[in-house]
Design a binder for this molecule. Structure first.
Ligand SMILES: Cc1cc2nc3c(=O)[nH]c(=O)nc-3n(C[C@H](O)[C@H](O)[C@H](O)COP(=O)(O)OP(=O)(O)OC[C@H]3O[C@@H](n4cnc5c(N)ncnc54)[C@H](O)[C@@H]3O)c2cc1C
Length: 389
């Protein structure tokens, strides 16, 4: 003992950066290692439910996020063919009801806000092109090895390295991520390309058994974010994410409402990515004496509740608060796990069930039997900045 080694966060995604910022703001020594050679995020939108916005406010980014994000007044769920409105959610008074607004923005903008805020406090606090490949536990430290030949020691190792987490595999569990049978297609299209539709603010969701099409504006209405979900029997070894073919997507959704097909047609030439959606069973233990996982590394969940990044941000805030409040690291980690495991496991399991229900039934049944969602389950009232530790 004796030598002090900074906290090492593996992964500069939304969760890892949020934790780095939370700790750096309080003067704690921290360093982030990221496998990618450039910082960035996928070209897609993100929905930030009030619990996520409260986490961002804790991190000092409330105003910056509000300045860039769109605030959808409504979310409507429509029949895929007829366009009939099946479910109408009023989001205009969300701040009043839940203590923060429901926001939507470009993922890259959010990632950049977190990166800039963190590097302002800790310039040089991210090492890029550093893929963690090995971990050796020695006394009270972990020795980390990276594919660029670098090594370092840390008193506290945080795995924020996403769905395919190396920290999870080497320190916690060797479970395999499984293909869920769902494929997500994502892309962005300038609103002016679909001017004839006179699209209104807010989210629009078209549902059919087996397929879902979601659209909402980002960058103050200038861009339409599109996410479409379909099913597939398998996802071959082509990779987890790949460029999708517009013609395939158009064929899959050709029987959808004309609005959907007009938006898809506007993609000509624009990039569309497709992801096989993979999941894992909830992890029973997120902490070891000097290590922990957060975000997708701990609880990769399906996107039906839009709570993956939201819970990663919550984790980061609770972990920051615990490490700042309890000097003893083990005690801090125990409080982190006690505060998070039950809630997030519930969100994780519910979100998996949610997709099967949404994708599996006659859309008209939705109007009569509203789904259990992040809203109806009351998940978004949670405030990670004030909840008791
Ligand atoms: C279609 C779709 C839509 C979604 N929409 C929403 C939404 O609207 N709202 C919401 O809250 N959530 C949403 N999510 C979920 C959300 O995207 C994720 O839960 C969230 O990004 C997880 O953040 P993270 O920081 O834990 O992991 P990631 O964002 O995956 O970041 C992990 C980082 O670790 C790095 N890394 C990995 N391995 C290593 C290694 N060995 N060494 C070093 N670095 C490494 C990666 O390069 C990456 O930068 C959606 C997901 C999908 C698929």
């Amino acid at each position: 003992m004796g030598t002090h080694h900074p906290t090492a966060i593996i992964g500069a995604g939304l969760g890892g950066l949020a934790l780095a910022l939370g700790l750096a703001r309080a003067g704690r020594e921290v360093h982030v290692y990221e496998q990618a050679s450039e910082l960035g995020e996928v070209g897609a939108g993100i929905s930030l439910s009030p619990n996520a916005v409260k986490a961002l406010r804790y991190l000092g980014l409330g105003d910056a996020v509000s300045a860039q994000a769109d605030e959808p007044p409504i979310q409507i769920t429509r029949h895929f063919e007829t366009g009939e409105v099946l479910v109408h959610i009023d989001r205009a008074s969300t701040e009043e009801k839940l203590g923060a607004p429901y926001l939507q923005m470009h993922r890259a903008d959010l990632h950049q806000l977190l990166t800039k805020a963190y590097l302002k406090i800790n310039p040089g606090g991210i090492t890029l092109a550093a893929e963690l490949t090995d971990i050796i536990e020695a006394d009270d430290t972990y020795q980390l090895s990276f594919n660029n030949g670098e090594h370092c020691s840390t008193d506290l190792l945080i795995g924020a390295d996403g769905l395919k987490s190396t920290v999870r595999r080497l320190v916690f569990a060797e479970d395999e991520a499984e293909f869920t049978g769902y494929v997500a297609w994502r892309g962005l299209v300038p609103t002016e390309e679909v001017a004839e539709l006179e699209l209104k603010a807010g989210s629009s969701v078209f549902v059919s058994p087996g397929r879902i099409f979601v659209r909402y504006p980002v960058r103050k209405g200038k861009i339409q974010n599109v996410v479409a979900f379909s099913k597939a029997d398998n996802w071959a070894a082509e990779g987890w994410s790949q460029t999708g073919k517009l013609s395939t997507l158009q064929t899959l959704f050709s029987d959808f409402h004309p609005e959907v097909n007009t938006v898809l047609a506007a993609f000509k030439g624009a990039e569309i990515h497709k992801w096989g959606l993979f999941a894992r069973q909830p992890l029973k233990q997120w902490i070891k004496t000097h290590a922990a996982v957060l975000g997708d590394a701990a609880h990769p969940m399906l996107p039906w509740f839009g709570q993956g990044a939201a819970t990663a941000l919550e984790d980061a805030v609770i972990m920051s608060r615990c490490l700042l409040e309890f000097e003893d690291t083990q005690k801090a980690l125990q409080h982190y796990q006690d505060g998070r495991l039950e809630r997030v496991t519930e969100v994780h399991l519910e979100s998996h069930r949610g997709g099967d229900t949404l994708m599996g039934q006659d859309p008209y049944a939705l109007a009569k039997n509203p789904l259990r969602t992040e809203d109806t389950l009351g998940l978004t009232v949670y405030d990670p900045s004030t909840v008791a530790l």
